[in-house]
Ligand binder design. Sequence first.
Ligand code: ATP
Length: 242
Amino acid sequence: ARVEVVPVIGSTNQHWLESVAGLNKGDLCLAECQTSGRGRRGRSWISPFGGQLIMSMYWRLEQGMAAAMGLSLVVGIAVVEALEAAGFGGVALKWPNDLYLNGRKLAGILVEMSGTAGGPCHLVIGMGLNLVLPATEQNRITQPWAELAELGDISDRNALVIALARGLRQALVRFEQEGIAGFRERWNRLDHFNGKPVRVLMGEQEIHGTARGIDEQGALLLELESGELKRYLGGEISLRGE
Ligand code: ATP
């Protein structure tokens, strides 16, 4: 696979999205620093120099966009399991695709796609994993955050990238063959909020209940006080602890 390493870039995801015509599955773009790193719905992702593992991987699904449903959940599982194998255990998932350490955000995953009807789906799978954040940047983050240095020695970033890329490729190949269903149990086991009281935020609306993991399509399950089970598939919602 091709690996492009850049010191400073606006966004590795954006760069790879603009390059899809020349990319092959598994190609990686790595950066030391992003000047306009992004999260979901235009939110910004703080990626200061030297503080993070910033990585975007290109992938393609020949079946088109519809086949990508649930893919970002699979990415989360692959990253947590690769970290575990590399000696960084205890990382959990927050739906749809953040990595949590003791209830604080350790990494963000952002899957972006492009394509035309009837054509293949081009995917860029981006990840910003906090390694150790410079003190000057810490107060720019508006939510509780965590860094991998809390769990062990982070000096070998190359080994970490290789472990993550390998784990991702394997998971994506399996996802192509089996879809999300085969990953459900693993996701639910790694889910930070499973069984806990949560709030689901949808615009101005706030719904309270107990998180019950995901269903076989990857939808978030919320059990209301009445016992009714609600499911949320879409991206326009945010999950918060009580
Ligand atoms: P959700 O809608 O599930 O709440 P989110 O608020 O976690 O999503 P994302 O788009 O996943 O939003 O990520 C952007 C948010 O993550 C920012 O608003 C900020 O609060 C937080 N954030 C930004 N940079 C970092 C970082 N380096 N480490 C941890 N958290 C960060």
